[in-house]
Every structure is written in C-alpha cells, then in structure tokens.
Design a protein around this ligand. Sequence first.
Ligand SMILES: Cc1cc2nc3c(=O)[nH]c(=O)nc-3n(C[C@H](O)[C@H](O)[C@H](O)COP(=O)(O)O)c2cc1C
Length: 367
Amino acid sequence: MTDSLLKQVNVFDFAKLARAKLDPVAWDYLDEGSDDEVSLRANRSRFDDLIIRPHVLANDVSKIDTSITLFGKQLTQPIYLSVTGGKNCFVPNGEQETALAAGTADSMMITSGGIGDVVSAGKGPKVWWQYTTAAEFRTKNQMVTFAEKLQDQGCSAISVTVDIYVVSHRERSMHNGLVRSWCQMAKGIPRNDKGDLAYNSDDVLWTAGDAPAPRAFPTPTWDTLQRLREVSKLPVIVKGVLTSEDTDRAVKCGMSGIIVSNHGARQLDQVGATIEALPECVQAAGGKIPVLVDGGFRRGTDVFKALALGAAAVGVGRPYLWGLAAFGQRGVVQIVKILQAELAADMGMAGVGKISEIDRSYVRTRH
Ligand SMILES: Cc1cc2nc3c(=O)[nH]c(=O)nc-3n(C[C@H](O)[C@H](O)[C@H](O)COP(=O)(O)O)c2cc1C
C-alpha cells in the first residue's frame, strides 16, 4: 500500500487533511488572522505581484545547493520552523514532536520551550528560543541567568517576539469561545462532556469590549533589548519588525538580526504583507545584520522571491502545523522536504545552483 503521506504533492494538500482531521475550533485557531484578516490574505496574494526573472545558462545547475550559513551555523536550507504556541491543540506533545521532526529534517526551529530534553539528547534541531515577556528582563542579573540557562540548554540564539505585547482580536476564536487552557495543556487535547472543544468558561482568551490586555508590566523597549544584547553571549534576534525605522533601531541597538514578520497576520491587521515590507527593511539593514522573513510562505517560488529581495532565511508557521496535525512528526519532516525540494527545483529552473548566486536581478515587480 502506498503511504498516503507520499501522495501529498504540496503543502496545501496537507492543509486539506489537517482541516478534515482537526476539531473546527482547533482549525480556526491554527488558520485565523486578526480582525478582518486583510493582512492574512495579503501575506499570500502579494507574492503574485512579484515576477521571477530567470538567468538562463548563467550557472551550473547540475547540482543545486540550498545550504546557508546563519549566525555562524551551517543550515541545509534557508527554510526554518517559526515559533507557534498552542501545538497541543493539534496533537499531544506537539512541541516535542516538532522538535524531533526538525532534527530529522535538519531544520532550524524557534521554540517556545519545553524541549530541553530533546535538544540535550542531541535529537533535536538547531534551536533559537522565543522570548516574549519582560519577567526575566527586570534586572541585569535576571537577564544574565536567563541567557546562560538558554545557552546551557543548547540554544544558539534568542528570538525576541516584539509584536505581541497587546493581545489581538482573533475573531474566529472569539466566536468559538476558545479557552486558554487548551493551548497550555501539556498532554492530550481536553474536551468538554459533550466531547467537543468549545465550552463556556471564565478562561476565554478574548472578550469583546474588554480593554487591551498587556502581556507584561511594563512592556519592553529597545533599551531592554540592548541590555539583553550586552549581557548575552548568544545572538539576539528581533521578531516582528515591519519598517525601515525599526530596522534602523535594531541595528543601532546592536541586535544580531531581525525577522520581518506580522505574526502570521495574527496581531495588528492592515499592516500589509511581509513580502511588501521586506525590501525597505533589507535596505535599512544595509548588509550589517541578516534580515529574515516569515508570513504566507507556501511555495519554493515564494522562498526564492524573498531570497532575491535580500532575505537571509524564511520561516514557515502554518504549513508545518498542517503536517503535524495530519501525520504527526513525519508530516513536519515531509513539509520541510517538499519546500526544500521545490526551492531547489525553482533555483535550477531560474538558473542558479547556490543560494549566494541569487540577487535582486532575479525578481521584479509586476507592472
Ligand atoms: C497557531 C500559531 C501560533 C503562533 N504562536 C506564535 C508565538 O507564540 N510567538 C510568535 O512570535 N509567533 C507565533 N506565531 C507566528 C509565527 O511565528 C509566524 O510568524 C507565522 O506563523 C508565519 O506565517 P505563516 O503561518 O503564514 O507561515 C504563531 C502562528 C500560528 C499559526
């Protein structure tokens, strides 16, 4: 019998399976954007505004090498797994399953924690740790301890998410009455007496009309990040930058890199697509720090376009969650393999054999 995993041709095939398999409440949590989901649609549709310009016969494409070096680490592909909270809504032990898959696929992963044992057992991926709140940032000593702990756990960078200090309106989940404890459960997927995921509770994530709920008191500033950079031996990467001004601040504060991201269009709506924001951020970074990007990447050609615009690497969120929901660990591995294979084929057809051969001349805006 042919393995149904191998019958899935592209990442969208995994999305269909995941949707059919998941409880509708969990699917909405995975799939949704905020407010009117304008940025969610833009993250995909704006790729079509860019046209690839192949350079035929320019390079040897008999062997395609997708590897890159990022923050001193060799990676077999410029595609990494972006941080996603709440994986246990999709499969039990989702974070560990993903970490093991990332290790198998030799993909870098940003984690929100709970995989120290996987990493220290040497089975895990190259990991960057997500940092979101200010608790460990209050004093210099707390920062030093925090940074040292991450280093001891085998993490090679700290990724600070800077776009979530105010909770957004994800209205599909608000309509569904999604409760916080589902996303935080360590094991299994909790259900109510009727066997479904939605139930009334005081634990709802968002209530219409409530004042914005900050995630930290006070919320961090660039000074906070600069202090973290000063005490940490690990690179510090800022996730959630969308403008040239903020890229400039990141460079001035000594950040090691930025991730151009709109949080998968789950935070502020109407901010546009990340592929639109990328060029101004690349220009502002001026080659001083690497610029990474995530949001809506589903095809090798999407990745190729971002690399041509100057991105150092590309993150994916929902695609590997589709793989995880549909096939567990194996699904995540296959998602990475599919995207890497598509990128390699697209590189070859565009006339490049190595990532370093891709430049701005390989892409133009549609007139
Ligand atoms: C279910 C889900 C949970 C997420 N949780 C986080 C998070 O905790 N922290 C964060 O910085 N980004 C989070 N993200 C955003 C991703 O890191 C990434 O920016 C985004 O998913 C990329 O867009 P894509 O899903 O279209 O590939 C989450 C995304 C999803 C889909």
